[in-house]
Design a protein around this ligand. Structure first.
Ligand code: SIN
Ligand code: FE
Length: 286
């Protein structure tokens, strides 16, 4: 069962990585990310530009996507999201100092919209329980560690559901339905056409199927063990979303920072979905 483990900041370095690698959610209930007074306008979902569900910041090149802003407002908004990226990175280093330079910072997102009102296809609907897998950004076996901060100004929690299966139980349940792949020619074509950034490996192929099969299975959604998690406003949490089944049911105003980590940098690489899936499927997935 994915537990919510509340840890006081001073104990982070000792326990944080163990909690996360065990498949639990680490809640820092006294650590808010503070939106400054001159940034408060950005909490209005009208800043979105058409179609996107997130504002997305790329720390590699400083670009901000998904906003209908220009000039000074764009700079101010980008600075806010960049500040969150730095906040989350500093926290990740405190939670897991031994990950060191192996921890790779990826995109930062800001989600000012209301989750409960999103109308999305079942595959994109994060109100359904799922493990994260990226169609366009293969992790090639690296872990997906995410840090979230609820900045809702009205004090509303982020309402999640957390699945109760271990990743191993989840993988065993769906393994008979997993198709082999990707065919190497197809993987090369996806990369050549820039549909994927990097090569989609058998691990990525399996994880994408687990994401889709789990969401599409109505019986699994309703009957798998699960609990509601009300993640309070003005708190921050960290979780390995590639192994913990989660669903976002309601809430508004969230920041999120994604990190990737090679399994060999974990305290216990045997707890990575890569190793667990390789065990379940009886073959290498590199
Ligand atoms: C998700 O990662 O599935 C959604 C998280 C959220 O927006 O609360
Ligand atoms: Fe997710």
């Amino acid at each position: 069962m994915a537990n919510i483990v509340e840890i006081d900041a001073p104990h982070l370095a000792r326990d944080g990585a163990e909690v996360l690698e065990n498949g639990d959610l680490l809640l820092l209930s006294t650590l808010p990310f503070v939106v400054a007074a001159d940034e408060a306008d950005f909490l209005d979902p009208a800043i979105f530009s058409g179609g996107s569900k997130n504002v997305s910041y790329n720390p590699a090149d400083g670009s901000l996507r998904g906003v209908a802003l220009e000039g000074e407002a764009l700079v101010l908004c980008r600075n806010m999201v960049a500040r969150y990226a730095d906040f989350a990175e500093a926290l990740a280093k405190r939670i897991a100092p031994r990950y060191g330079r192996a921890l790779q910072r990826r995109r930062t997102s800001f989600r000012p919209g209301e989750v409960a009102q999103r109308v999305l296809s079942p595959r994109k609907d994060d109100r359904l329980l799922h493990v994260d897998a990226f169609p366009a950004n293969p992790t090639q076996g690296r872990r997906i560690l995410r840090i979230f901060s609820n900045v809702n100004p009205a004090g509303r929690p982020r309402h999640w559901r957390l699945g109760g299966q271990s990743f191993s139980e989840f993988a065993h349940q769906f393994a008979p339905r997993l198709k082999k792949g990707p065919n190497p020619i197809e993987a090369a074509a996806l990369q050549a056409l820039s549909i994927t950034k990097g090569r989609r490996t058998p691990y990525d192929h399996a994880m994408l199927q687990l994401h889709d099969l789990g969401k599409a299975d109505a019986q699994h959604q309703s009957q798998t063990p699960q609990q509601d998690a009300m993640l309070p406003a003005l708190t921050t949490w960290a979780v390995y979303t590639d192994c913990v089944q989660h669903a976002a049911m309601a809430g508004q105003h969230l920041f999120e920072q994604t990190f990737l980590l090679p399994p060999n940098a974990m305290h216990d690489p045997e707890k990575s979905p890569l190793r667990i899936l390789e065990g379940v499927m009886g073959r290498k997935l590199a």
